[in-house]
Design a protein around this ligand. Structure first.
Ligand code: GLA
Length: 383
């Protein structure tokens, strides 16, 4: 049975009626990592894996929710003190609360949801969940909130109810995604541009290390604090620097002695990464995939050695890609586990995947998972 049919069957069993069906997507990011909360560029796209939910307004002030993945049912009210104890339900609760805080109407609803985004793989399953419900509630309660504001509702849910001080990239990609296109977003001005992405002769493939680091959210928040600290030091001399991405490389050098070395290295990575996104977009417009790939390797180096969000398993996969002449490879998303994203020539695809599985398993005792990237539509009403 398809995911949609399973959801519908469960919904009827639990609630005896049919609701409307909504979906949203996980995301990949070709380049531009940890730049979003620094006001820089990102270059993501939605993927063909996501979250789907059936939702029905139920005429009460209670949410009745069932997660197929957790095989768990939960009920909660819509006031601040009604925060549910289940982790998964906090995402739904947060979206309701953030919508209400922005003046949106939210009343009780019943829902069953499921997903096929691998959890903890750095593909933004949580943004897909937030975006699905932000989009659905906006539609069902006729709030007329625009998509950027919906993305901010998802982001604020992470900040205020899930403890991650994330940027806007994941929710943006999940809501604005379009089949066949990557989207370059300027996270400061929120200007964005779609780039059709269909590299002839290459494939984009994810290799999932299946590693999940427990302390990822506190380490993420720490990286963000380092960047803000570096930006504040630079701002003393260059008052126009609102975000780290506004700073020139030499301005960072000027404050090197005033900030911890760790913050300097984090900032060095970010300033380089913002430029790499622009370079990759230029290269793409020329059809120059070799440059795109080279930038991906540079990003990996920066994420591993300067930003320190890689891990042994991801460095291993990256090194193997380099050894096999794969065009581009790097750790994707927040890091601390998850996937590498790889730009691979068609003829290298099979030998690379085979070698990655075999050598990774020999070294770490389990095979990595492999996902082909299909760039797809973001949030939508299905039925
Ligand atoms: C996570 C966050 C995003 C972004 C990436 C790193 O996915 O949710 O906002 O910061 O990490 O680029």
């Amino acid at each position: 049975m398809e995911m949609k049919e399973k959801i519908q069957e469960k919904f009827r069993t639990l609630f005896g009626q049919d609701g409307a069906i909504f979906a949203s997507a996980g995301r990949v990011n070709l380049i531009g990592e940890h730049t979003d909360y620094n006001g820089g560029y990102v270059f993501p796209g939605a993927i063909d894996k996501g979250i789907m939910a059936e939702v029905m307004v139920n005429g009460t002030e209670k949410v009745q929710a069932y997660s197929m993945h957790h095989d768990e049912y939960c009920e909660f009210g819509l006031n601040e003190e009604d925060k549910p104890s289940q982790n998964w339900a906090r995402y739904l609760f947060g979206v309701c609360r953030e919508m209400i805080k922005r003046g949106g109407k939210v009343h009780g609803f019943s829902t069953v949801f499921a997903g096929d985004v691998p959890l903890g793989a750095g593909l933004s399953s949580s943004a897909a969940l937030e975006s699905t419900f932000a989009f659905a509630l906006n539609n069902l309660f006729n709030n007329g909130i625009d998509k950027f504001e919906l993305a901010k509702i998802g982001q604020a849910t992470e900040h205020n109810y899930c403890g991650v001080k994330c940027g806007i990239m994941d929710q943006f990609a999940s809501l604005f995604g379009k089949a066949g296109s990557l989207i370059r977003l300027n996270c400061k001005t929120l200007e964005y541009k779609y780039f059709p992405f269909n590299p002839q002769g290459y494939k984009l493939v994810l290799i999932d290390s299946c590693v999940k680091h427990e302390l990822a959210s506190s380490a993420y928040n720490k990286r963000r604090a380092s960047c803000e600290n570096a930006a504040a030091a630079i701002r003393k001399y260059h008052p126009d620097v609102e975000f780290l991405s506004d700073a020139k490389r030499q301005w960072l050098d000027e404050v090197r002695d005033e900030i911890p070395e760790e913050d300097f290295l984090r900032a060095e990575y970010v300033i380089g990464e913002v430029q790499r996104v622009l370079d990759v977009c230029d290269a793409l417009e020329r059809g120059d995939y070799e440059t795109v790939g080279e930038m991906m390797y540079q990003t990996h180096f920066g994420m591993s050695k300067l930003y320190e969000v890689s891990c042994e398993e991801l460095d291993f996969l990256n090194k193997l890609a380099r050894k096999m002449d794969v065009t581009g490879s790097r750790v994707m998303g927040g890091g601390f586990g998850g996937c590498t994203i790889n730009l691979v020539k068609d003829e290298l695809y099979e030998p690379f995947i085979a070698a990655a599985k075999e050598q990774f398993a020999a070294r770490f005792g389990h095979e990595p998972k492999v996902y082909d990237v299909v760039i797809s539509d973001g949030a939508r009403k299905i039925q």
